[in-house]
Design a protein around this ligand. Sequence first.
Ligand code: ATP
Ligand code: MG
Length: 468
Amino acid sequence: MEPAQILIVDDEPNMLKVLGALLKREGYHIIEAMNGEDALELLEEHHVDAMVTDMKMPGMDGMQVLDTALDRHADLPVIMITAHGTIDTAVEALKKGAFDYVTKPFEWSELRSVIAKAVQTVKLGSREVGVESIVMGHEGSAVKDISLIGSSEPMQQVFDVLEKVADTPSTVLITGESGTGKDLIAKEMHARSRWSEKPFIKVNCAAIPSELLESELFGYDKGAFTGAVSTKPGRFELAHGGTLFLDEIGEMSPEMQVKLLRAVQDKEFERVGGLKTYKVETRLITATNIDIKKAVSDGRFREDLYYRLNIVNIELPPLRERRSDIPPLCAHFLGRFNEKLEKNVGGFDEQAKARLESYDWPGNIRQLENLIERAVLFDGNGLIGLDDLPNEVLDGEATHETSRVPAEGIGLKEAVKAETSRIERELIVRALEQTKGNVTQAARHLKISRKSMQIKMKELGLRDDSPR
Ligand SMILES: Nc1ncnc2c1ncn2[C@@H]1O[C@H](COP(=O)(O)OP(=O)(O)OP(=O)(O)O)[C@@H](O)[C@H]1O
Ligand SMILES: [Mg+2]
């Protein structure tokens, strides 16, 4: 039987890392999202057997994710991770249909058995994934609120190409480092085509286990393999008349590359276990953040397929090669997060501005976006200064993250516990700093009650000297 696939949602990368490692050890397939929006998108793109989500996240919180996820997938078991002392929220989540909850810092054995139970329930209930749920049409919010920033010379060139090819059927390969905007460009291309009202279907080739990718792309017929109890069309069929976006194409296995080549070359394919040949008309866009030319010369990616996909190439330059885009991007994200988080942060002070413009941004626009979201979240309503910037930006190197990976030999259970309290402590201290020690305000920032804040502070040995 296929291992169950679990979607983990948490805004804290280390938490994702640790939880992911623990669950992988249990034999699950893992998909990860760092915020609610991504989680919901992934949910449309993949078969997910159970979702584990943190309650407290910037932007969409766990409760909103729960609501929307259950709207679309009523049977999905959702497990909430709630902070210690927020039992009311947990109960509310259960009322809304959450499968269960665990409180932080959690016992791994508890979470493990809750997940096992959730997965079992799904298997017994033989949940069917609705085809509509996979189609992200033009109405889908993801396509609508596009705002591409880029007045730098290299981005202007990108926009020129985009303009010229968007409304043509030519196959496009988008390359560029992680976080440079490949997804956004693919969506924009669809939005500017005459088939923008038709489906835009995205498949993340790296997120789908390779043995499942063929049936995802081409579908399967009843009885094709154990578990194929019905017939299911693949993403190629679903994208008929619209755009098919194959992301992370560089990760595709050699066997799949052959199958894709045929589909691209002859515009036809068969479903897994099926005899009928299907013809589809779909605009194909692919993307990768690896050096695909090198993959070709190393023999990891088929040359013939590369030429088929690379009819038009859009190469997105890393942010450090278009520094003049940094200030307008900062302004754009500041406005967006002020609105989303109901804040009124005025801007950046001179030192912070200078640092943001000189930093190298290995994670490109996504890293900048996350940084600003965090700074807006924690800043009161003043200006963002150097002390609102994370260490890796201040030091110019990302030593911070790696030093936090649990050392080998430390039990994972302890690591999760230690990591959880470290994160809690950091967030609480930070919130208190921002509110100059005002516990009520800090609690509000963290979306917990004043009472639980005080309990937490006591646990962590933090002093409460705000007036009662
Ligand atoms: N030109 C731009 N203007 C405004 N926002 C942008 C721009 N380019 C990217 N972004 C934002 O930056 C984030 C990362 O972009 P995106 O997901 O498209 O990157 P990517 O290249 O697909 O990354 P990955 O390789 O990790 O998949 C997104 O939130 C996107 O909205
Ligand atoms: Mg992407």
